[in-house]
Structure formats: structure tokens, C-alpha cells
Design a protein around this ligand. Structure first.
Ligand SMILES: [Zn+2]
Length: 251
């Protein structure tokens, strides 16, 4: 691959993902301006594009300052264009194509960016072992958004906007006790990765399909686990998703 993807840390646990070669860079969800400027300076890169998944302040807080400093920068995504699923645009400076997937639920206008071979920038829709809060209250939309992600190639690398992996794994370990040894191995891997690289991401869709409870609500075993937690029988994947999200909110 002729480009690299690097994390820029922002706030407490946000990642501003940078897609770059040795000359140009596109950043995803710059919630802050200063860490991006530092990265540009350190790596001697020109900012040519900004991708925005959704309008929460910790994702767009740095956009206007960056546009002011780099008036030629192109901005794509939420608040700038409307897309149909899999509409695409080119990022010519990096010789890349980007496809857009609408993914409402966390917010009404949330979009995902599927970039290049198989890199998904998913904002706050999916996290490693978890999913985003449904701030809109539209659980059907949130559920459908996750189903769209499930259809992507299983080798898709997933770049969420927060480092929430350990907290989500703790919840998973607490919830799915029947598979605790299975998750313990993953937990040890994540802890090693956090200690050595200080980051647990990206994650790969194949693993999320296996381990992320929010992508497994069609699995009868998961439905049974959630049923016993809730005290009533759940035998529907959507009902299971709603109950699971509720359990996670109260964790
Ligand atoms: Zn958000």
C-alpha cells in the first residue's frame, strides 16, 4: 500500500486518523486543531483533505481552524455533502477512492468512510467489542447501520474514533461469562498491545464478527445470555441489540 494510516491523539481518548504518504495527508474527524498541526509539522506533510463522520464537537472542533489555515483543503462528509450508500469520491493526492456509507443511530447524519482497499473509518458507530450510544433514540437505524458494516469484506480494518477497547472488553467479560477463557486470551492481547504500542486499534472486521456482542445479536447463545441478564426471553436479533445496548449503558 502506498499510504500509511497513523493515529493522532486528541482529548482524553479520541483518535484523529491521518491517511498519508510522505507528502500529503487527509485527517478524519479533527476534533482539535493543535495536535493535527503538530503532526503536520513533525511529518512535514501538507493537509489536503478532511473527512467528517458526524457533527459532535470532539469530531469537528478543529475543522474551522484548519480550513482557516489551509484554505485549499477539501472537506467531505457530514455537514458538507449528502450521499447515497456507496457513493464514492476520489482523493487524488493520495491516489485513493473513498466510499461513503450512511450510518444513522448515534446521530442522524453519521457517515462511514470506506477508504482504499479495506479501511473503514467509522467514527462513533462501531468500537472494538462495542458500539456507539444511540443518541437519536432510533434503535432501528442504529441496528441497520451495524448490519451494513457486517456486509463489508471480513478483512476490513476498522478505525473507530475512540480508545474504548478495554472498557468494552471488560463489559464483554462480565456479560458473556460462558466464553470467559476465550475472551481472556483476547483481553491479554489487548493489554499487551496497549502497553507496547499505547493503542489497540485498528481492529479487523473478522474478529469483531466473532467477538463483538453487538454484531452477534442473531446468535442464539448471545440471545440466551442477554435474556438471562434481563429476566425475560429474547429471541429476536433486534430486541437483543436494544437490550444489550441498554445493559452497556448501565454498566
Ligand atoms: Zn459522537
Amino acid at each position: 500500500m502506498s499510504y500509511k494510516i497513523s493515529p493522532i491523539r486528541a482529548f482524553k481518548d479520541n483518535y484523529i486518523w491521518a491517511i498519508h504518504d510522505d507528502v500529503n495527508v487527509i485527517v478524519v474527524d479533527p476534533g482539535e486543531c493543535i495536535p493535527v498541526l503538530q503532526f503536520l509539522q513533525e511529518q512535514r506533510l501538507s493537509l489536503v483533505g478532511i473527512l467528517i463522520t458526524h457533527e459532535h464537537a470532539d469530531h469537528i472542533g478543529g475543522v474551522n481552524e484548519l480550513i482557516a489555515k489551509f484554505p485549499n483543503v477539501q472537506v467531505f462528509g457530514c455537514g458538507y455533502q449528502q450521499y447515497n450508500d456507496f457513493d464514492s469520491f476520489k482523493l487524488p493526492e493520495l491516489n485513493l477512492t473513498c466510499q461513503v456509507i450512511n450510518a444513522p443511530g448515534h446521530t442522524d447524519n453519521h457517515v462511514l468512510f470506506f477508504v482504499g482497499d479495506a479501511h473503514l473509518f467509522c467514527g462513533d458507530v462501531l468500537f472494538s467489542f462495542g458500539c456507539g450510544r444511540v443518541f437519536t433514540g432510533d434503535f432501528i437505524a442504529a441496528f441497520e447501520s451495524l448490519q451494513k458494516i457486517k456486509q463489508l469484506p471480513t478483512n476490513t480494518l476498522i478505525y473507530p474514533a475512540h480508545e474504548y477497547t478495554q472498557a468494552n472488553l471488560n463489559f464483554t467479560l462480565q456479560t458473556d461469562k460462558g466464553n470467559i477463557s476465550y475472551y481472556q486470551v483476547i483481553n491479554d492481547e489487548v493489554q499487551t498491545r496497549l502497553l507496547t504500542d499505547d493503542i489497540s486499534l485498528p481492529t479487523i472486521l473478522a474478529n469483531e464478527l466473532k467477538y463483538n456482542l453487538f454484531l452477534r445479536t442473531d446468535d442464539v447463545n448471545v440471545q440466551d445470555i442477554i435474556s438471562s441478564k434481563c429476566g425475560f426471553q429474547i429471541s429476536d436479533r433486534f430486541d437483543c441489540f436494544v437490550a444489550l445496548r441498554e445493559l452497556r449503558n448501565n454498566y
